[in-house]
Design a protein around this ligand. Sequence first.
Ligand code: C2E
Ligand code: MG
Ligand code: MG
Length: 616
Amino acid sequence: MVPAQIFNQINDKCTEGLALALASSDDGAVMEFQWCNKAFKTITGYDTDEVLGQRGTILIGPDLEQGVHLYIIEKLMNWENFSTKALNNRKNGDTYLQRMGWTHLSDPETGDHWWLCSIIELEEEHRKSAARQDDHPAMADQEIYAKAVEKIHRLEKENARLHELARSVAKDANEDALTGLSNRRHFEVEFKTWIGNLKTHGTEFAVLYIDLDRFKSVNDTLGHDAGDQLLVSVAHMLRDLTHESDLVARLGGDEFVILKPLGKSALNVSSLADEIVHRMQAPFSFDGKSTTCSASVGVAIANGKMDVPEQVVADADAALYHAKSHGRGRWSFFTEEMHAASIATKQLASDLLLACERREFVAYFQPLIDAQTGKIACAEALVRWSHPTKGILAPAAFLDTAAQLGILKRIDEIVFAGLSEALSHFDRAGVDLPRVAVNVSAARLADPTFIHDIKSSGIDPKRLTVEILESVYLDRIGDMVRWTIDELEELGVTIALDDFGTGHASVRGLLAIGPAILKIDRHFIQPVVSDAGARSLTDSIIGIGKSLGMRVVAEGVESEEHARILAGMGCDYLQGFYFGKPMSKTELTNRLDETGGKFWSPKPRQVDNKMARDIS
Ligand code: C2E
Ligand code: MG
Ligand code: MG
């Protein structure tokens, strides 16, 4: 341990300026001077209180060469002891030639790092000779400085290049590659900023959601290059119609969005929407071929009164949906009614998901009558939602939303799971119900568990009919659906094609599936009593079915006359409100009990044949 007296003499007598500074253990930087001697103060011109607690930068005067400064930093960062000889400034700005040395010290007890700084003022002659001869003894240092300067230039260049690269990468990440508009990612980031500005500065803005109406068909008929070119020209058009301060983005596919500051009136927004729709009416030509592709636009305003302004994009989307469903090639402003409808749909969607969890779906049964005997041949299971507060709901109230949610398959599965129990119920009651029919969506047909569910249901497959809906999507039957249909036939399940004659079923689907039963949609059946044209149409559909060896069901039979006409035209089975509306299994059991299964008394065949001739 050095005696304090000796240590004090370093303060007073030593002509070399000395200072001790605590260093940052992260990067060697001089963090805080904690001690200095008299000479240090004399040479640098600083008082004790101007040194203590200061960082090393007080020793870097304005005249210290930049190369030397960088050299000092590099050495400190590497914990290397070093010394420099250079012109530097005192506190008052005077220059002097100094040798500055730095020695690294460390405290093993605390782990602290320290720098000992020594400063010697070199003689005036030395200074002159240093200036005159370019300082031979300091040659090595000069070279090092020069290298440091060169290095810094190199680093600066490299840095600039990296900046440029980063800028172009960021641009790529924000840009839609095809159109050069903002992409979805950038839109989302920007949208947050716009919402932030709305909340803090009340800057209201409009959202225009744009969707091309026939983009798919342009792609299909003119090819993908044409589709790409169309998107590019739409992007140009949108840029052309908008202001620099508007954000124009392509969200993907043929969907575009514009964010536009509202300014003083909403008029500029509606004229923009108008103009977009108008310009998109013009034909688009590609490779000598020309086509049209209109656009629909939904507009919504984000204003300060909204509780959740983030909702504005969904609002614009709801308005777009409105524009589409009212004929396309037009634009709609988001209204309160749409707001209510979209909230209702959202509510319905979440209620439906919950209903799936709670398995709130039950089957109601509607009889199918044998047109020859009037006896029940089958009962079609039709889903009902046993809603906890609203009671029994028909499919029209929820199936579309369920389809959009992609949960039709689950609903079908729940209905089917209840079927076996229902059949046992009828059997236990001792009533005669030959078979049941169940509706299945396309998704359920492609569901590999369907066949398994049938096999494990305990239902005799010979008593089961599967009604295929949405056969229009089954034109090109996928492997899974084909496999399911083959398996169903193998098991002895009867296959029926539902709703034939509507947009949901097609002749191609009919041929591909080859069902045993064809159900003619009630929209054809209903007018046959009064409309000769409808009768001949129905007649031809029955003819198609018969020629393919199928049995034919008439749906929607509502009166005795109706029933007789259709039986006379050769329908094998009749179904409709005339024989019974869909009913609970208890009601059906009672009806079967009361009637002994006979729902109707067909008149003798000859009469019907005569009538058929009369009306044809
Ligand atoms: P669908 O399979 O063609 O069922 C016949 C529909 O016509 C039933 O409507 C029935 O109540 C109605 N209907 C029957 N006779 C008459 C009549 O004389 N006059 C009138 N005006 N209507 C009659 P519902 O029960 O509302 O079912 C509608 C549609 O919902 C069904 O049409 C079917 O496409 C679908 N659906 C029903 N249950 C299910 C199911 O469990 N799963 C799936 N995926 N879809 C189902
Ligand atoms: Mg059906
Ligand atoms: Mg039907």
